[in-house]
Design a protein around this ligand. Structure first.
Ligand code: KG4
Ligand code: ZN
Length: 386
């Protein structure tokens, strides 16, 4: 079956076309088309993601991304089509909150033939609600005009599946597994007794780890998103063997549970900077101190949960899992002390938000598919949990 997937939960507008042969989780996947537009250059000017700006950009970019994904998949066939007045009204109603999107999509439908696609998968949460709604309304419009079902998907399940995706198949996973999800909005440890059987055993009490990277970067006058900027400078500090800039706290390291807290660490960095203009070398040293601290906390908490629950597989996912130092430390540590444990990190290009992961999760959740009469049931849920 062919799945068209849509991701708009934050600042990436992504559309993919994935063909799945067989049943989840033993299917073979073929990515036929994959289009992604990152809004980071736009948000960088504001120093972070503004929901209203993200919403406007998604509305502007979705039709071009759809065209790109279909072109890549060789499923883009020009054909003049007349839409009924009734259909035009339906589509206009579905998309009435998304500026310009109804007109753009109707024009698209008038010029291209209906592709042979079996269902649409779309992120319904968690994320920024105004941004989520654009993707959801777009998915509903496609489902309505193409007359195919729409599957709502949990973005975090997408991150888990993209971490183990080999590009073609999902591996045989030995359960119980533990997912460490680290992104701009989330920091959580999730125990999995099977696919889709989730138990969140720890989470952040305040800031997410990606958010801490972004905020600390901002304090050092580094651009958004802060994760890659800090990572780059931390690496230089290690190469130069720079002395410690500041002794930072390891929040909740010995709290006896699996929860995290990063806001105190952020405050400690603010005090350490104390409104000074940092030199480039000070920024490098502080970046390294911060990255060391975050890595140590994430590693220790993950290790504790692995010991507690007799975990066979560790799956690390979310944007922060792109971090090279975290990858290196985790792989090194578990390879030496836990030889029976399998550790997965996502392929680099699937670490941050993308729509291939939404297709995988959509395939896992086909039973939740909503047909045209049931589309109203799909709503954006900013705080959707696993
Ligand atoms: O998963 P994601 O793309 O979006 C959310 O669902 O939040 O994660 C984005 C987060 C941002 O906070 C960004 O700074 C962080 O991932 N990030 C990194 C790195 N690359 C992205 N953090 C640390 N090191 C990186 N290399
Ligand atoms: Zn994400």
């Amino acid at each position: 079956m062919k799945i068209l997937s849509i991701e708009t939960s934050c600042d990436e507008t992504a559309v993919s076309l994935v063909e799945a042969t067989g049943d989840f989780p033993h299917a073979t996947y073929n990515v036929l088309g994959n289009a992604l537009f990152s809004q980071v250059d736009i948000h960088r000017e504001y120093g972070g993601v503004f929901p209203a700006v993200a919403k406007r950009e998604h509305a502007k970019t979705l039709v071009p991304m759809l065209g790109k994904a279909l072109t890549e998949a060789n499923m883009f066939v020009e054909e003049h089509t007349e839409l009924s007045q009734d259909m035009i009204e339906k589509l206009t109603t579905i998309l009435h909150r998304e500026e310009g999107l109804a007109d753009a999509l109707i024009t698209f439908f008038e010029h291209y033939s209906i592709p042979k696609i079996d269902c649409v998968a779309v992120t319904s949460g968690p994320g920024l609600e105004p941004a989520l709604w654009v993707g959801i309304s777009f998915a509903k419009a496609l489902g309505t005009y193409w007359d195919i079902p729409v599957v709502p998907v949990n973005h975090m399940e997408g991150h888990i599946l993209s971490s183990i995706f080999t590009g073609e198949k999902l591996p045989e996973v030995a359960f119980p597994s533990l997912a460490l999800l680290i992104s701009g909005g989330h920091t959580e440890l999730v125990k999995m007794d099977d696919f889709a059987h989730y138990d969140t055993v720890g989470e952040t009490r305040d800031d997410a780890v990606g958010e801490a990277f972004d905020k600390v970067a901002r304090m050092m006058d580094l651009p958004y998103p802060g994760g890659p900027e800090i990572s780059k400078r931390a690496k230089v500090a290690r190469e130069k063997n720079l002395p410690q800039y500041s002794e930072l706290p390891r929040p909740m390291l010995d709290s006896g549970n699996f929860d995290f807290s990063f806001s105190g660490l952020k405050t400690a960095v603010r005090y350490a900077i104390a409104e000074q203009e940092l030199t480039e070398e000070e920024k490098e040293a502080l970046s390294r101190d911060f990255e060391d601290c975050v890595t140590e906390v994430l590693l220790k908490k993950t290790q504790n949960a692995i010991d507690e629950y007799g975990i066979n597989t560790l799956i690390v996912g979310g944007g922060v899992s792109a971090n090279a130092y975290i990858r290196e430390k985790f792989n090194e540590f578990f390879a030496s002390g836990y030889p029976a444990l399998t550790v997965y990190f996502p392929p680099k290009e699937l670490s941050t938000d993308n729509s291939i992961m939404i297709a995988l999760s959509g395939h896992a959740r086909l039973k939740d598919a909503k047909n045209t009469e049931m589309l109203a049931q799909i709503v954006a849920e900013g705080n959707l949990s696993l």
